[in-house]
Design a protein around this ligand. Structure first.
Ligand code: DC
Length: 214
């Protein structure tokens, strides 16, 4: 295995932008695994299906085109909620497992961000980060982003979304959101994007040093 960085954490914790910046700095490919679940949720909804139906959701996961994850439709609030609902189904998670592991097996390494990367997808990853921040901080960041896109959504509505998703993602039986025992905890509540990135880079460099000498 190459140098794999597993980044997990709750919704809007900043793990996505951190993964992208680390990817540029280290020249490693990045997979935002939330996009896979978002694409499945959107596919089920577009087909008029039921997000709570495991068979329908798993069929959509099996049909997923991994080269077609760029759509803006996957970035909406509704897609995040749909993703969290289909993500509770073990058969959906099983259908997406191989593609994520294949990505992680790339040389000279890869970065994956999600909820279960360090615990289930690549438990042997040489570098694991668990990125978090208070629900209020995460809601404030998401609110600023959406307001910049002229979305009139209120802060309270986003905070509700975030709390609901945190509970669903952490309480599900299949691969729940939790910190791997060997993941470095990075709380970005009091850090801006640059400071959070610098902190992540320090953790990654320390892991890389250990990995290269092991
Ligand atoms: O990271 P995100 O907000 O794009 O993720 C959307 C949802 O997908 C999240 O609420 C739970 C699910 N998800 C998951 O269960 N496992 C992952 N590795 C990534 C996302």
């Amino acid at each position: 295995m190459g140098f794999v960085i597993a980044i997990d954490g709750p919704a809007a914790s900043g793990k996505g932008s951190m993964a992208v910046r680390l990817g540029k700095a280290l020249c490693l490919p990045v997979l935002d695994t939330g996009l896979l679940y978002r694409a499945v949720g959107v596919a089920v909804e577009q087909a008029g299906g039921d997000l709570d139906d495991e068979t329908q959701s798993a069929a959509a996961a099996a049909r997923l085109d991994l080269d077609d994850l760029e759509s803006e439709a996957f970035r909406t609030r509704g897609a995040g909620e749909a993703a969290s609902r289909v993500a509770v189904h073990p058969a959906v998670r099983a259908a997406l497992l191989d593609a994520q592991r294949r990505f992680a097996a790339r040389e000279p390494g890869a970065i994956l961000d999600g909820r279960d990367i360090g615990t289930v997808i690549v438990p042997e990853a040489p570098c694991k980060l668990f990125v978090t921040a208070t629900p209020e901080t995460r809601a404030r960041r998401r609110h600023l982003q959406l307001r910049a896109q002229n979305d009139p959504v209120t802060f309270e509505a986003i905070l509700d979304d975030i709390r609901r998703r945190d509970t669903r993602d952490a309480d599900r039986a299949a691969a729940p959101l939790r910190r791997a025992e060997d993941a470095a905890l990075l709380d970005t509540t009091d850090l801006d994007i640059d400071a959070a990135f610098d902190a992540a880079l320090r953790i990654v460099e320390a892991s890389r040093g250990r990995w290269e000498t092991s």
